[in-house]
Design a binder for this molecule. Sequence first.
Ligand SMILES: *[C@@H]1O[C@H](CO)[C@@H](O)[C@H](O)[C@H]1NC(C)=O
Ligand SMILES: *[C@@H]1O[C@H](CO)[C@@H](O)[C@H](O)[C@H]1NC(C)=O
Ligand SMILES: *[C@@H]1O[C@H](CO)[C@@H](O)[C@H](O)[C@H]1NC(C)=O
Ligand SMILES: *[C@@H]1O[C@H](CO)[C@@H](O)[C@H](O)[C@H]1NC(C)=O
Ligand SMILES: *[C@@H]1O[C@H](CO)[C@@H](O)[C@H](O)[C@H]1NC(C)=O
Ligand SMILES: *[C@@H]1O[C@H](CO)[C@@H](O)[C@H](O)[C@H]1NC(C)=O
Ligand SMILES: *[C@@H]1O[C@H](CO)[C@@H](O)[C@H](O)[C@H]1NC(C)=O
Ligand SMILES: *[C@@H]1O[C@H](CO)[C@@H](O)[C@H](O)[C@H]1NC(C)=O
Length: 660
Amino acid sequence: MALPTLLFTLLAALGGVQAVTVYGQTPLVTATSLAPGASYTGLAAYDTRILDPPPLPEPRPPTQFGIQLSATSNNVQGLSIPLSGAFYGFSVEMSVVTQVIGLNGSFIHPPFLNMMSLVAERAGRVHVRVGGNTQDFARMVPSLADGKAIEKQVVNTNNPTQTPGLLYTTEILYLLSNISSLTNVKWYLGVPLNDSTNLALDIVEWGERILGDSLLGFQVGNEPDLYQRHGHRVEGYGPFDYFGEFGDVIAGIKALNVDTANNLIGPSLATGDWYPEDIWNTGFIPAYTESLGALTVEHYPDDNCAALYEGFGTPVDPQQEFARYLNHTAGKDIVSIYLNSTNIAQQAGKPFIMFETNTASCGGFPGISTSFGAALWAIDYGLTMAYSNFTHALLHVGGQNVYYNPFTAVPTNQSSFNEWTVGPIFYSVLAVAETLGSSNNSRIIDLNQNEGNIFTPGYAVYENDNLARLALINFMTDSSGANDYTATISIDGGESGQPNGTPAQIQVKYLVAPSVGDKWNVTWGGQSMGGQFEADGRLKGELKIETIQCDQQANICQVKVPAPGFALVFMTEEAMRESEPASTATFATTAITKAKNTATIDQAVLATSNGNKGMQGRYGSTSAGSNAAPRAAGAYPGAVALLAVVAGAEVVRRAISRHV
Ligand SMILES: *[C@@H]1O[C@H](CO)[C@@H](O)[C@H](O)[C@H]1NC(C)=O
Ligand SMILES: *[C@@H]1O[C@H](CO)[C@@H](O)[C@H](O)[C@H]1NC(C)=O
Ligand SMILES: *[C@@H]1O[C@H](CO)[C@@H](O)[C@H](O)[C@H]1NC(C)=O
Ligand SMILES: *[C@@H]1O[C@H](CO)[C@@H](O)[C@H](O)[C@H]1NC(C)=O
Ligand SMILES: *[C@@H]1O[C@H](CO)[C@@H](O)[C@H](O)[C@H]1NC(C)=O
Ligand SMILES: *[C@@H]1O[C@H](CO)[C@@H](O)[C@H](O)[C@H]1NC(C)=O
Ligand SMILES: *[C@@H]1O[C@H](CO)[C@@H](O)[C@H](O)[C@H]1NC(C)=O
Ligand SMILES: *[C@@H]1O[C@H](CO)[C@@H](O)[C@H](O)[C@H]1NC(C)=O
């Protein structure tokens, strides 16, 4: 009985907002959840609960309003710092690497590769972090039984803070490296910090060696402000203690004698028990500026711990909670506590990253985390972070036991391709990538449009100083069309001072679904990743981009935004071409998942593979052990043989249909 009491004491102190990653929890079944098939009953990621949209706001927002814009950024106050389309990336809990990324260097899950390829072709690259609470207790070992690359200890399932030990081999790093040789994924890794007197730094040594240029940096400690609360540090552990441990890691790495690129990352506060300012006040940034690659925080706007564990009070009703995700205040509230810190990071010349986030910790909420409403929330939250000078944000992927995944593999004893489940927030990552483009030089502003109405937010993006795109959101649901809104855009000539800079036509790409509660009828430019258990990581269907004729005489372009929906408005042809890859490299769904690649190239796939964007230098062989690929410059030895199993690389030319 001591344990529950102790747990209660520890956990009762938790406030409403904190981040706890869940391990080994029992299946999350709610009375209202319907399992689509007997074998999936209870796994949160496949919960099919559909929520009703919240009632329409009173008073209703105006449905006609103007947006006055300048053609160039010269006179625009308050633009963000220059940003990359790789703004949104993914954070993969270390313990679920084999579930979502791959089993070993020659067994990569093709849907994962396909999805990374989709983002990379829009953004130029994708940032993926492998870490989380499990990184602190992870240790590298020379080998594991049965050739496994990773192995988890069993833990007490009623303790949200008990972290399983994780053993892994260098195979995991080869897996990541092999992925980077196929599509432009860059990785963040974590240094374990559960025991700062016996540092385990092999991941730094081997990570540098194996990943080389594909490595972005090493996170030192995960949510250290919660260490004491979770029983991982003695009472009194404070910001200066973390400061000291960070210094110990730097000293330990120096002693390793490996060529590190000053790429350490911290403090990754959950912003639960400490504020970032508590760390800045220790002198952290100037003391370690030579070693610091980025400054980080982690945060979830809410938690669902009460549904899982005793001592957290009554679980919230997701239907009641839903409205809290469906307006512009939601994202702004999360970001507000970091505005001082993004400014401090900018002064210090460091990137500022939301290193782990999603709809709610403790797995997210059924019905909310898997909804189209969450997709709109994630776009608005992401663009608010961008406007607030965050440089990147990583959406957490927690495996089959959580609701909030952007993508979820089938349970591992099922057939492992073609049957993934893509969550609506994956589309948010594509939408944000396309909103910012691939130039690394987009600056964004919150337009505060429609007199700042929180249900109809919008943003403008200036790329290389010219107005390139608008991102317009409608959080309401009304199938009658009465709450669709029409934004009337007028442009002046900016620097030239001309009052009329309106183009002849603009183009619009929509992310839509019938309701904010919807899960499987989401389309992005008319395309879909497929419904539950239907995804192989590729967009399906024909791309549809609307063309809108402007009235140049009157200096107006009118864009309709459905309720609910997101509209990405391309102000120039060039802005659209940059966001819309002419072709997408995808990876065969059969080749990699066989121990020996027997079946490889789908003939239908070959027939369409005459484009080649992103596939230069890719070679494959259909016979095991043979490989015609030349070694890519700078690739670590061993990063090439893999290509033999990705023989069915496909390139699909996308038809763009225009609807005038
Ligand atoms: C740190 O984690 C390792 C690996 O899980 C474990 O063996 C060790 O006992 C832990 N040390 C402390 C002090 O928690
Ligand atoms: C910003 O953070 C710095 C460093 O902790 C602190 O001195 C300053 O008071 C903070 N400013 C605001 C407005 O919170
Ligand atoms: C808007 O979102 C905020 C933040 O979640 C929430 O507190 C508020 O109740 C929401 N407003 C409405 C009208 O739903
Ligand atoms: C972002 O940084 C720019 C450039 O320093 C600054 O002008 C702007 O006010 C900042 N935005 C916010 C929301 O802090
Ligand atoms: C798959 O795994 C689940 C859970 O471990 C088990 O109940 C089920 O019987 C397995 N199915 C097959 C086909 O092995
Ligand atoms: C964007 O930045 C990344 C990282 O610095 C760089 O590798 C890439 O080449 C840049 N892209 C462009 C178009 O400059
Ligand atoms: C959404 O998709 C589901 C499953 O594919 C389908 O049964 C349902 O009719 C669709 N709903 C709407 C409103 O289109
Ligand atoms: C990778 O995993 C597959 C599937 O478990 C296995 O057949 C293969 O032998 C493994 N390869 C290596 C190098 O461990």
